[in-house]
Design a protein around this ligand. Structure first.
Ligand code: F6R
Length: 615
């Protein structure tokens, strides 16, 4: 987690780094700091709180002139969020300054050794240990900063993306990466470094994404030199041309990124279809899949791994893969999969789902599956992310940057990609009739329109949110394809409103959760037309007879549930297996409005971060 930004060039560095930190704040936001260097003095300011708090503090007390700066927005791992633990950190001499994203696991033993050698520490962080270790190497080995960073990193265990500079070297930044992302933006005699490309997108479209165990020395007038940390070999930089534009990472008139991203879903799904779904011609073409289709077709089973919302998308995929392509599927939390001893063989295909492409547990699950010989396929949103590079092949969701911490358009576009894959496999395997296949294609093509229609209930949903904003608990129920949607609805509410919510398969209710139901308990039931409709109606009756309050998501024109429910939200008629793409929308909106009414920080809920690169 944590966001890091750095600049070295000919412009004033502070505004660039400050703006970059604001863009990266989704990665962590319990404290922030900046160090600015004008070639003579280092100005360092840091504080607990958000980047705006830092900005205010700097206004009051810190000169900002200088053409080199590094900045950090933190999500605490070692040491509570406070001013002292915030980054950047100085080395004992005051000559080195560092920012770090990740965890140094053996920091304690290194710290003890350094204390014996006379070093002292102000913070509780592993980062301050690392910067002093680098300083110690400079002194002991009489080497320059770049070499010292390399030697020090060969002694540490853990994960890092670091940026460090030395007061004695005003024209140099040293960066390194293992397990946490780091991009270098290349301008004309100026260089940017950041956790993702958003801080420098208005300055350059050319970027280098460092690979794990690589470091770079960036010199103001001489450019970038990349080496392998382990064996010191030089690496030929691969310069990527970025597709991102500025508009995509701004709020575009919405109060929050989350709302912007909810409303972007029709276009995000269209973007996910682009070039892949040719409904008129009866064609599905999924780039990353075409060359590997036989691996899927011949697989014993598909194992899907992911975390949080991505895991929910995996659950939806389980239904659709088994339903259409008749391939057995198991869905696992990446964090559980990686720590048990899963039976995986070269006859398995593992699909890893991740919006950020950086989630540590998902990445570890991928490595484990690869080590057991499985073919690993990624479904990621962030282009060039670690997971997209680590997998054998994969498909991007093309949802565009998702900045709100609560995942919305990533979820629906993940389901979109997985549905395309399932349909493609079904047609290759012959488990779907020609007629049904073509019907599906046409129905899929209509999904963006249906999502647009679902969004029209926004005002109505807002009025429901006003009624329930003070509820202490919520229950979300769904069956079949809409069971994962119930889980996702509950997760959205929990994470942004801090109201306790549970998602359950509706039929499981009578095995426990029914005991929770009373006149205080709002129960959100997904009761759209499906094979389970009658059963869901029975579940609603069971809730009603225990005085529960029903908020039902129904198919347009429904009368049965309307007569029973306290509140209904309509979505357009959709084939059952595609309903998650539309039933999710009202649940996202309900959580959003409740959170706004409760004055929560919707885009940056407490304790969360967008990209969970710690284990
Ligand atoms: C919930 C949410 C998280 C993520 C999870 C996995 O709204 O955003 O649960 O889904 O942290 O993240 P990715 O998909 O980036 O691997």
């Amino acid at each position: 987690m944590c966001g890091i930004v750095g600049y070295i060039g000919h412009r004033e560095a502070y505004p660039i780094v400050l703006k970059g930190l604001k863009r990266l704040e989704y990665r962590g936001y319990d404290s922030a700091g900046i160090a600015i260097y004008d070639g003579k003095e280092i100005q360092l300011c840091k504080t607990k709180g958000k980047v705006v708090d830092l900005e205010q503090k700097i206004k009051e007390e810190t000169p900002t002139s200088g053409t080199l700066a590094i900045g950090h927005t933190r999500w605490a791992t070692h040491g509570i969020p406070n001013d002292i633990n915030s980054h950047p950190h100085y080395s004992n001499s005051g000559n080195l300054v560092i920012i770090h994203n990740g965890i140094i696991e053996n920091y304690d033993s290194i710290k003890k050794e350094l204390i014996k050698r006379g070093y002292h520490f102000h913070s509780d962080t592993d980062t301050e240990v690392l910067v002093n270790l680098i300083e110690d190497v400079i002194k002991k080995e009489k080497v320059k900063l770049g070499k010292a960073v390399q030697i020090a990193l060969n002694q540490v265990v853990g994960a890092y993306a670091i940026v460090v500079f030395d007061k004695a070297k005003p024209n140099e930044l040293v960066v390194a990466k293992l397990g946490s992302p780091l991009a270098i933006g290349l301008g004309e005699n100026e260089f940017f470094v950041a956790s993702d490309a958003s801080p420098f997108i208005e300055y350059t479209n050319n970027a280098i994404y460092l690979e794990d165990e690589e470091m770079a020395v960036i010199r103001r007038h001489k450019g970038v030199k990349i080496r392998k940390i382990k064996d010191d070999s030089l690496v030929e930089p691969y310069i990527q041309e970025l597709q991102l534009n500025l508009e995509q990472i701004e709020k575009g008139g919405f109060d929050h990124f989350m709302m912007k991203e909810i409303y972007e879903q029709p276009s995000a799904i269209k973007d996910t279809f682009r070039g892949r779904l040719l409904a008129d011609q009866g064609i599905i073409k999924v780039g990353g899949l075409e060359d590997h289709i036989q691996k899927f077709v011949n697989a014993n089973r598909i194992v899907i791994v992911g975390c949080g919302t991505s895991w929910h998308a995996g659950l939806v995929a389980e239904y659709i893969f088994e339903d259409l392509a008749r391939i057995p599927v198991e869905v696992e939390y990446a964090s559980e999969f990686r720590y048990r001893n899963p039976i995986i063989t070269e006859k398995d295909v593992v699909i890893a789902i991740s919006q950020s492409g950086e989630t540590a547990d998902t990445l570890a699950a991928i490595k484990l599956a690869k080590s057991k010989g499985a073919f690993v396929y990624g479904v990621c949103n962030v282009v060039g992310s670690t997971i997209s590079r680590e997998t054998h092949s994969g498909t991007y969701t093309h949802a565009g940057p998702e900045i709100g911490v609560a995942s919305t358009k990533a979820f629906t576009t993940q389901i979109t990609v997985l549905t395309l894959i399932a349909l493609k496999l079904a047609s290759v395997k012959g488990t779907i009739s020609f007629r049904d296949y073509n019907i599906y294609l046409r129905e899929l093509d209509l999904i963006p329109k249906r999502v647009e229609i679902a969004l029209k209930s926004n005002d109505h949903i807002k009025s429901i949110a006003k009624i329930f904003k003070d509820a202490k608990n919520f229950l979300y129920l769904g069956r079949g394809y809409n069971f994962p949607v119930a889980l996702e609805g509950a997760l959205k509410l929990k994470e942004i409103s801090y109201i306790h919510a549970e998602g359950y398969p509706a039929a499981e209710m009578k095995h426990g959760p029914i005991a929770l139901i009373d006149e205080e308990m709002p129960v959100v039931v997904i009761a759209v037309n499906s094979n389970h409709y009658d059963k869901v109606v029975s579940n609603i009756q069971e809730i009603k007879s225990r005085k529960g309050i029903i908020i039902a998501v129904v198919t347009k024109g429904d009368t049965t549930v309307r007569n029973m429910a306290d509140y209904v939200i309509e979505v357009p008629e959709t084939p059952e297996s595609l309903t998650p793409l539309v039933t999710t929308i009202p649940l996202q909106l309900l959580s959003y409005h409740i959170a706004v009414l409760l004055d929560r920080n919707v885009d940056q809920p407490r304790n969360l971060a967008k990209s969970v690169t710690v284990e």
